[in-house]
Design a binder for this molecule. Structure first.
Ligand SMILES: CC(C)(COP(=O)(O)OP(=O)(O)O)[C@@H](O)C(=O)NCCC(N)=O
Length: 460
């Protein structure tokens, strides 16, 4: 109950030591941290928000003393720099929320870091579900993110290569966390860590046995243009001898496993670290690229076609000739207008079964997909989250691939199209800055060509 919450908080959230005694006061007993962790762990989901709101409201920054220090700082503007620095340091210390000390102490007990990672996952869920709009909860998220970003900085992470000889508990986690192309069975898993494959994860000493982010790589002759050749059923018998069959590294799946580490950019660092690892193993390797799914394209397209329901055709989505061919291919009698017929075909994936429709729709879907990836934005950045991730890393939107993922999921999510985001190593930092600061997407001639075909057809 509420009193329980107030009682535990008053007891375990130690007051901030005074500035003068900040380095001299002994840390509170570990039991405070453990009691807090146990109490929080015992709370029902809906009680957690109330508890965290109380923690951040009643045990945050002492606003009164901060404003007094700010006034003092203004007074010292004309004083010598030593005094100014002194008062600034007091102000900096005064801005430490009281609960931040508790989080620091928790990080030092067994399982404390993992507790804080999961705590941030709860806070992110509260924020994204809009269960609370309180500025205090957002402040708690900021405090947790800055602490976690320090503790999980790339220098403190360990790169682990996962092989068939890795412990079962790690292999089981790799299989469980695989978010992009679900692992079907042991044979499938064995193949993904076997010849011409690499699987790497970042781990942290504070969370032993827990892969934080996992990257799956295929070592190939050229950059793959389809996923079936990478995750197909049967395993190749040959061992990894033929090194000159290895010229490219294709990142075909990356997944972060800790929701609480969102925004800490682990995936980006892992890709860069693995590139260095592969360069040292294969000095001649010069091609690094993702083979990425395009989740959201199919539903985006259906939405677009739905808008033209009344008009009968989305004239500027397909040319007259193309609509005619769609109508013929679907031998849509003068029934629902063509746009609706096409929307249904996309929704069911039916079109893939018809040779004729596939031939008609390839150029259409390729240019619509190019526009979806390159033109559709959210707050100025790529709407598609996977694209946004790779573009933030400085990759180039390099090649759209037709019939790249013919699995039911691939057809349903993105009409079977996949995209290579290519990492030109000498360009990534420039491209990343261009994208993050100016929202410029660096794309290949193939992509830009498809985009301009789309624009020629439409006024969008
Ligand atoms: C793509 C991933 C790995 C990026 O993670 P990360 O680099 O930590 O980015 P962020 O969470 O710090 O923004 C992450 O967003 C993820 O696991 N997405 C779901 C699976 C996928 N690959 O889309």
């Amino acid at each position: 109950g509420v009193t329980g919450m107030e009682e535990i908080l008053a007891r375990v959230v130690a007051p901030l030591p005074t500035y003068e005694t900040r380095d001299k006061s002994p840390p509170p007993p570990e039991s405070n941290s453990l009691d807090f962790m146990h109490f929080y762990g015992s709370l029902e989901k809906e009680d957690k928000l109330g508890f965290l709101a109380k923690l951040t409201q009643d045990f945050g920054v002492d606003h009164k003393s901060v404003s007094e220090l700010a006034l003092r700082l203004l007074d010292t503007q004309l004083r010598d720099v030593a005094t100014v620095l002194q008062v600034e340091d007091r102000l900096r210390y005064g801005l430490t929320p009281r609960y931040k000390q508790l989080l620091n102490h928790i990080s030092r007990v067994e399982g404390g870091v993992k507790f804080l990672v999961d705590l941030r996952a709860d806070v992110l869920e509260i924020i994204s579900s809009k269960a609370s709009e309180s500025p205090h909860i957002r402040d708690l998220n900021g405090t947790l993110k800055s602490l976690l970003s320090e503790w999980f900085s790339v220098g403190l992470l360990r790169l682990e290569r996962i092989t068939w000889q890795s412990p079962c508990e790690i292999l089981q986690r790799i299989s469980q966390y695989e978010a992009v192309h679900p692992v079907r069975n042991w044979t499938d898993l064995k193949r993904r860590v076997g010849p011409y494959r690499r699987c790497y994860a970042f781990t942290h000493a504070a969370m032993p046995g827990e892969p934080l982010v996992v990257l799956h790589v295929a070592l190939t002759e050229d950059i793959s243009d389809n996923i079936q050749s990478i995750v197909r059923e049967f395993a190749t018998l040959d061992s990894e001898e033929d090194v000159n069959k290895i010229n490219a590294a294709v990142f075909y799946s990356i997944s972060s496993t800790q929701a609480g580490l969102q925004g800490v950019e682990l995936g980006n660092y892992l890709i860069k670290r693995v590139v260095r690892e592969l360069q040292s193993e294969f000095p001649h390797m010069a091609q690094f690229s993702s083979l990425s799914p395009i989740p959201g394209f199919s539903s985006w397209l259906q939405g677009l076609l739905g808008q033209y329901r009344k008009e009968g055709r989305g004239s500027d989505l397909l040319s007259e000739q193309e609509w005619k061919e769609v109508e013929q291919a679907t031998d849509s009698a003068p029934g629902p207008p063509a746009a609706e017929a096409l929307r249904k075909l996309i929704a069911t994936g039916e079109w893939m079964r018809s040779e004729r429709l596939t031939r008609v729709l390839e150029p259409v879907l390729m240019r619509l997909c190019a526009w979806y990836l390159y033109g559709e934005k959210r707050r100025g950045y790529a709407l598609n989250p996977v694209g946004n991730f790779h573009l933030q890393n400085g990759a180039t939107m390099w090649r759209l691939n037709w019939h790249a993922d013919t699995s039911p999921r691939g057809v349903a999510n993105s009409c079977g199209v996949m995209v290579n985001y290519r990492y030109f190593l000498t360009e990534t930092s420039k491209n990343s800055a261009l994208y993050l600061q100016n929202k410029v997407i660096v794309a290949s001639e193939q992509v830009l060509g498809l985009v301009s075909q789309f624009q020629k057809n439409s006024k969008l």
